[in-house]
Ligand binder design. Sequence first.
Ligand SMILES: [Zn+2]
Length: 317
Amino acid sequence: MPRPVSVFYHSDCLLHDTGSQHPENAARIKVAKQALEEASFADNLHWHKPELAPVKWIESIHSSDYRNFIEESCLRGKHFADMGETVICEDSYRAALLSAGGAIGAIDSVMVDGYGASFSLTRPPGHHASTEKAMGFCLFNNVAIAAQYAESAYGLERICIIDWDVHHGNGTQNVFYGSPSVLFCSIHQLPLWPNTGEYDEIGTKAGKGLTINCPLPNGAGIDLYMECLEQDILPKIESFQPQLFIISAGFDAHRLDPLADIQLNTEDYSELTEWILKQADRFAHGRVVSLLEGGYNLEVLGPSVATHIEALVNHPS
Ligand SMILES: [Zn+2]
């Protein structure tokens, strides 16, 4: 039996205007939304509008100075939040708060609102943003905010983040590098910007062993992804016993994506999703939250997102 899945979307995330030629542009979430609305399982999706993330939760990850810098940079009409790749406009601060708000709402969905799985279809993405730094089209680190919120608001002590975006989730790694409560696992292409995420980056202090990086070579396909999950990530999940899974769901490892050279097919996102659902059933009462990160080919982003969400919908609850 298909089950309901909650999806967070706000049209004001379209107002984060990076220009139509920028890979991270507003059309991305438009095509993904359309693919979900036209999907055979559309009746199972419960759409919610995210609220603006409270400053308190933004500042649970980012410094107050950094949050102020982003707010003021946007409101003053600056064009970049960094040295030139992370474009902003006047509405970007609001969009970023809504994007983080979608992440928070998705946590509420699985913790108290009775959903097994939830997806935040928002932008800007987040996994490259560090405590003090915008980077790689990311302003606030949505997945880190979601994990911290789950810990602080619901008392969770062990959260697993699986980042399958083709780029290393360097911002998320930095945030939790010394944390004993977050198991961060990233599968990504290397060499590829930001050129971090080597095998030997494993965390530090109380977080030592709780960062797992699986760098993959150009041309890697689903077999290598499954090998990483089974051989590198699964043993750590079994010993860590996470109470919640959060996916940094980028779709730029698709073979047709313009920014990378990994060879995943659209249907492979189903296999990845099912693997995580299986582990969530074993350890986390089935709780899976997924947040959109990258994915830049507008032809395949919609079908890839739909394949991912279909697996969430069709999972027996
Ligand atoms: Zn990416």
